[in-house]
Write a protein that binds this ligand. Sequence first.
Ligand code: ADP
Length: 945
Amino acid sequence: MFPDILASIAAKHGWELQYVPGTWSQCLERLESGEIDIMVDVAYSEERAKKYLFNDESLLTNWGVIYTSADVYVHGIEDLKGLRVAVMKNSIHTVSEEGILALLAKFSITPSQYIEFQSYKDVFIALDTGQADVGIVNRIFGSVNEALYNVVKTSIIFNPRQLYFAFPLQAKRSKELKKVIDEELRILKRNKYSAYHNALDRYLSVRAMAPSHEAQGAGGPEVALTDEERAWIREHPVIRFAVDPEFVPFEFLEEDGSYHGIASDYVKLLSERLGITFERISTKDWAEAVEMARNGRVDVLPCVGRTGDRKNFLLFTRPYAQFQRVIVTRADAPFITGLEDIASLRVAVQVNTSHEGFLRENTEIEPLLSETLKEALLAVSNGKADAMVGNLAAAAYWIRKLNLTNLKIAAPAGTEELNLHFGVRSDWPEFVRILNKGLVTITPQEEQTIMQRWVGVEFKTGIDPTVVRKYVVNITAVVLLVLAVILFWNYRLKREVAKRRVVEAKLRYSGELKNLLSEISTDFVNLEYPDFDNGLRQAMEKVCRMVEGDGAYLCEKNENKSWSCDRYWESGLSGRGVRDLFASPTDAETLWLSKELLAGKVVAVDSVSAMESGMVPNSRDIAGRGVGAFIELPLKYGREIKGLLSIVCKGDGREWTSDEKDFLQITGQVFTNVFMRRDYESSLHTRSQELQEANRKLKDLDKLKSMFIASMSHELRTPLNSIIGFTGVILSGMSGELSDTQKDQLGRVYNASKHLLALITDVIDISKIEAGRVDVYVEEFNLRNVVNEALTTVEQQVKIKGLAVNMAMDEEVIMRSDRKRVLQCLINFISNAVKYSEKGEITIQVELSEDMVDISVSDTGIGISEDDLPRLFEAFERFESHLKVKAGGTGLGLYLTRKLVQDLLGGDVRVKSELGRGSTFGLRIPMDLETVEKGGNPNGMEEEA
Ligand code: ADP
C-alpha cells in the first residue's frame, strides 16, 4: 500500500524513489542515522517519536494478533505462561509500551522463552515448523499470510496502532517531505478514486485477503511460486506417495487399483497447478504406507491426521478436509457419552492410524489393533471387542457396506474436528510451502464440488439387476418400477436441493457469526477506560440479536463471592424475573447447573420443558419466568469463574447449533479479556487517584511544617539577639571588669548563641522557600560590587590565614536579579572556601554566556572526597575533616544556597572537587531574571565530580 501511495505522490512532485531493502531493524537504524529519507509503514509510539519524525495523516490502523502452531491451544493471554513465543525484533507489537512483552509483564505472565526473528514471515515459519508455540504478528500480515502456513489465529488482539511515514529527525529535508506528504494524503483521502483508496481496496478488501482467482485461465489460477520454489520442483521431477486403500470417502482404491476419493482430487489439482508429477507406490495396506513414509521410501502421504508420533517423520500442510472421530458400539450396548465411558472396555482401532495415536496419547486404553477399519468394525460386531474408535464418514460407509446392523455410532470421541493434511517427509519444508501455496488457490467452489462428489458415495443406491430381471416379464411392473424410480429420484432431488439450501444458509450464518466476532473484538480493542460497561452492553445486544435471543445477561462474581447481574440486554423479556434467576446464586456452589459450568463447559438447553430433572433451579421455575431455551457460558480467568454470560430465548425448543456454540464460546473468551482489562485498568485508576490524594496531603503537611518552623524561628531569634547583644556588651568590659574564667565562659555563651542564631536564620530561610513564602525583589546592580561586598565579610579570616584572593572578571556585569539573594549565595561559597582552606588562594571568576552569568569560587583547601560529593548539597551534611570542629558551621549553607539558586534565581549550582587539592563551587543564573519564564530551570546544569 505504502509504495503505491508514495509512488503517486512522487510522480506528482517529480521525486525519484529508490527503495533500500533491509530487515525491519536495519531499516529503523537507517532511518535514525538519516541514511534513508523516508521509511514507509511505521507504527507510531511516543518512544519512536523521540527518534523519528512522523507525518500527521495516518494511513490505516493495525494491531497485534496472537497465532499459535496447529497443536497448541490458547484461549486467553494467561495461557501463554510457559510457552515459547516467537516475535519480530523491534516490532511495535513486541517492544512498545503496549507490546506483548509489556502486556505479559503487566499480567505477570512469563513465557518459557521469547524467540526473536527478523520478519513476521519467519515468525509464521517458526510456528509451522514447531520451533515456537505462539507467535505475534500484525493483523494485516496475519490475514494475508495465514493461509500459507500451518498456523491458527486466536481471538486475542492487542495494541492498536496507526501507521505512518517516518523521516529522520535531524535531516533538513524531513520537514519539507512531511509537509508535502501530509498535504497530498489529505487530498488523496478526499478523492474516492485516488491512489490511496485504490491501494486500500487492492490490498485490504476481503477480495484481496483471499488469493486471487481472477487470473484463472484454462490451467486454473496461477500459483505465486518464487524462483527457488520453481527450481525445487524442477529438481524433484517425481514425488512418490502412498495411500490408505480403504479410507472412504477420503481416499481409497477401487478393485482395479485406481486411486479415488477427496484426497485423490486434491492430488490431481495440485499436480496440474504446480506442475508436479505424483507417482503412487503400492502398499499392502495403510500400515505399510505409514511404515514406508517413516523409512523415507515414499515422500508424501496425501491424507493424514496429525499425531505426535507422525510429527517425528512428517511435516504437515494446511488442512484441506475435516472429519469427526467417533465411538462405534453394538446397538444393544449401554448408553455412553464419551471416551470416559469406554475406558474399561475392550476397544478396537485400526493400527497406525491417527485414532490409535489419539487413544495412546489421550487415554489409558490399551487398544486391540486391527489391520483394517473393516476388521475393527467386525471385531465389535461379532463381540471380540466392545467398541471401536474411528472416523465417522469411513465407519458409516463400512457399516452400511457390510450391513452390520448390530452396530451404532454411539458418541463423538472428543469434541474437536480433526483435520486432514498432506504429510510430507520432514526434510522437505520447502515442499510443504509449495503445497500450501497450491492449496490456497483452490476456491471454495472447487472444494465444495470435490466434497459433493465424494461425500455422496455411501448413499449410492444401486438397483440390483437380478431384481429387475425378476420383474422384467411383467411389462406393467417394469413401467411401474420406472415410474417409481422416477418418483423416487424426484423426491431425492427435492430433498437434496432442500438440504443444500439449508447447508448454504448455515454457511452464510457461520460467516456472519465470524464477522460479528471480529467486529466485537475490534470494538473492544478501541474501548477506553471507563467505557467498558457501555461496550459490553452493546456487544451483548449484537450477540443476542445475532443468535435471535430475547435477552442477554452478564452475571459477575463480586469481591465477596456473591453474584450480581447488572449488565443485561432484553427485548420482550420481563426484566427482573429473569435477571433474578441468573443473579440469585449466592455462591458458586449453588450455581445453576454448577457442575458443568464450573468445569468451564458451555451449557445449552434447547428446551426448558424437556430439561432433565435434578438441575438447579428446576424447569418449572425457569419456564415460569418466560424462558423457553437458553445457553450459558462460564467466563473464566485461569481456573476461576468470574462470570456467566447467558442468552435466553422465549420460545421452547430452539436448537443451538455447534456453530453458535463455538461462536458463543469464543465470545465468552473475548468478554473475559475485556473483564481482565477493565479490572486491571480500574485498579490502576484507583491506585493513581489514591496516590494523587496522598501526594496532595503530603504537600499540605510539608507546607504546614515549613510555616510552623518559620514562625517558631522568628520567636526564637528575638530573645537570642538580646542574649548575644548583652553578652557582647559584658564581654567588651563596658559593664565592669571580668575575671579570665568569666571571660572564657561568657565567650562560650557568646559563640554558642551566634551559632544558634546562624542555624535559626538558615532554617527560617529554607522553610520560607519550601513554604513558597519568599518574594523575589528584582533590581539592577553591578555584580562586581556584590562580589566585593561578599569578600569584605571574610576579610578578617583571609588575613589571619594568609590567603591570597584573585578576582577574574573581564567586563562590568550589570544584572537584574535579587541582589540580596545573590550576595547570600556568594557569601556562602566564599566563606566555605576560606573556612576549609589553610593556605594558598581563593579565586573568583565571572563569565558570561548568552544570557547567563557563571560565577565560580575556587579554593586550594582540603577538598571533598568522591564518596561525599553526592550528599554535598543536602541539609545538615558536614563531612569529617580536621577542620570540622574548628571551622564551625551548620551544614545548611550549601543546602540553602542550592535552594536559593534553583527556586528563586532560576539557575543551578555545581561543584568540582578533589580531596586534598581544593574545590570549585559554581553557580549559573540568568542575567535578567524577569525575562526568564517563572518556574523554569533554563540551564539544567548538573553536579559534576
Ligand atoms: P557548613 O556550615 O558546615 O560549612 P555547608 O552546607 O556550607 O555547611 O557545607 C557542608 C559541608 O561541605 C561542610 O561541612 C564541609 O564538610 C563541606 N564543604 C563545603 N565547602 C567546602 C570547601 N570549599 N572545601 C571543602 N569542604 C567544603
